[in-house]
Ligand binder design. Structure first.
Ligand code: 5AD
Ligand code: SF4
Length: 465
């Protein structure tokens, strides 16, 4: 998500009926307020929107600052050590919560990973709940509201996904929608299978119903979410494949842009590219994490594909009729990664010419099989490799973006830089385009723009009348 914009929050809230039971709980809580702070990925951001929906249905009011809130939730990330540490630093700010009559809750991946030990480290915390247990949130809230000191939701053996009657969406332009939760891969560096549990898909009927409701409430763009979104398997008798679901979502009348993230290379099929080629509403962008360009490291990572297999999938994408942009995730400094193996990642960068790369220094995580692997790479060396990779990728992005100068694109406007008097929008390929316009309010509108300038991370355009 772009952090650069001033969007009015929640101007398009999907409506959902409250059941009589929910209504009585709601009136009991009227006047009470909550605040949620979210760390980490898009899945977490969207989980927070769903948690907010549960709280709103119970009568709580959402506030923008922890100071004013009766209930303060931290939705946490533990993908790398730094992210997990940040949460404990933040929790430290709330050590007086009990005296102030505030309820502090830890949700998400750190909650699942650290479990009840969080109560020891931060005894003022009163709720610990991992994402696989969010279904139990109403029950846990009942406990807190009845005065229970501590409540926990840490079960991982679930076959359910987390859905709410109302989801309080923060982004009024792009609606996020989970289609699959958890992960059945076992990448050796990754905590996700441990923190989010096994893979489970939502029924296609439920997904399509939600998409129709989103269109009814004004959305024209949706982003389907999952840790391995393209592993989707409809659990209902309809048995839709991922591509069938994509096409069905794109066909919902009024839906203009459909995105999906994150794809796993192993489940990435030619049909996905063909679907994008044949369906304008499917966006021109694929995020396909590679992690490393070295076969030996890929094996150590348990990524289940080779460099050549990955590159052949990139070839499918590059030979599409539409100019599909490609982004990726890369980890540098995995245990034992030699200089030559890092050079293979650099050569992969040259071959693919990505439109964007999220690159990370390897961080050992609890409950992962890579944690105790020998030959850890020193921190300074990881930083050196990261800097080399990022600097080369920056050049690639400048060149790729400059190539677009003079071309025309449709941008969906999702923000405004008040200081620069510019609107910010996204192309179907997910590039940011900033442009000036005499129009008073373009938020949520599709605008034709001609590209006049290009940097590594954004384009500058002229608004065509
Ligand atoms: N260390 C560094 N990066 C990691 N990622 C996942 N686990 C780790 C780890 N232990 C990165 C991967 C993944 C992205 C979401 O985070 O690149 O695709
Ligand atoms: Fe983690 Fe691998 Fe699953 Fe992605 S596919 S969430 S990197 S285990």
């Amino acid at each position: 998500m772009s952090g650069h914009i001033d969007i009015p929050i929640g101007s398009l809230l999907p409506k959902g009926p409250l059941t009589p039971c929910a209504l009585s709980v709601a009136s009991a809580n009227s006047g009470r307020s909550f605040y949620i702070e979210t760390f980490g990925c898009q899945m977490n951001a969207h989980d927070s929107e769903k948690v907010a929906g549960v709280l709103l249905a119970r009568g709580y009011r959402q506030v923008e600052s922890a100071v004013d809130a009766d209930l303060v939730f931290f939705n946490t990330c533990s993908i790398r050590e730094k992210a997990a540490q940040k949460v404990f630093t933040r929790l430290g700010d709330f050590r007086d919560a009990r005296g102030e009559n505030k309820i502090i809750g830890v949700l998400g991946c750190v909650a699942q990973q650290e479990g009840e030990s969080i109560f020891k480290r931060a005894p003022w915390v009163r709720m610990v709940c991992g994402s696989a247990s969010y279904r139990k949130l109403p029950e846990l809230l009942d406990g807190l509201e009845a005065g229970q000191t501590r409540v926990t939701g840490l079960d991982l053996d679930t076959d359910e996904t987390f859905e709410t009657e109302i989801t309080r969406r923060d982004n009024p332009i792009r609606a996020y929608l989970t289609i699959i939760e958890g992960c059945d891969y076992a990448c050796s560096y990754c905590v996700v299978p441990h923190t989010r549990g096994p893979q489970r898909s939502r029924s296609s009927a439920a997904v399509l119903e939600e998409v129709r409701r989103l269109v009814d409430s004004g959305y024209t763009e949706v982003q389907l979410l999952g840790q391995t979104v393209n592993s989707y398997r409809d659990p209902s008798p309809r048995g839709m494949s991922f591509v069938e679901l994509l096409l069905a979502v794109a066909e919902v009348p009024g839906m203009r842009r459909v995105r999906f993230t994150t794809s796993h290379p192993n489940d990435f099929t030619r049909e996905i590219v063909e679907a994008i080629d044949s369906t304008p509403a499917l966006c021109d962008h694929i995020h396909l994490p590679v992690q490393s360009g070295s076969d030996r490291i890929l094996k150590q990572m348990l990524r289940t594909y080779s460099r050549d297999e990955y590159l052949s999938k990139i070839d499918w994408i590059r030979s599409a009729r539409r100019p599909i942009s490609i982004t990726t995730d890369i980890i540098v400094g995995f245990p034992g990664e030699t200089e030559a193996e890092f050079a293979e990642t650099m050569s992969l960068l040259e071959s693919v010419q990505y439109d964007g790369v999220f690159a990370f220094k390897y961080s050992p995580r609890p409950n992962t099989s890579a944690k105790d692997m020998p030959d850890a790479i020193p921190e300074e060396e990881k930083s050196r490799r990261l800097a080399i990779l990022q600097s080369r990728q920056r050049e690639i992005q400048i060149a790729r973006n400059q190539f677009l100068i003079g071309m025309e694109f449709e941008a969906l406007v999702d923000g405004r830089h008040a200081a620069r008097n510019q609107w910010a929008g996204r192309t179907t390929s997910n590039r940011i385009v900033n442009f000036t316009s005499p129009e008073e309010n373009l938020l949520g509108q599709y605008c034709q723009v001609k590209i006049a300038g290009a940097g590594p991370n954004s384009l500058v355009g002229e608004h065509l009348a």
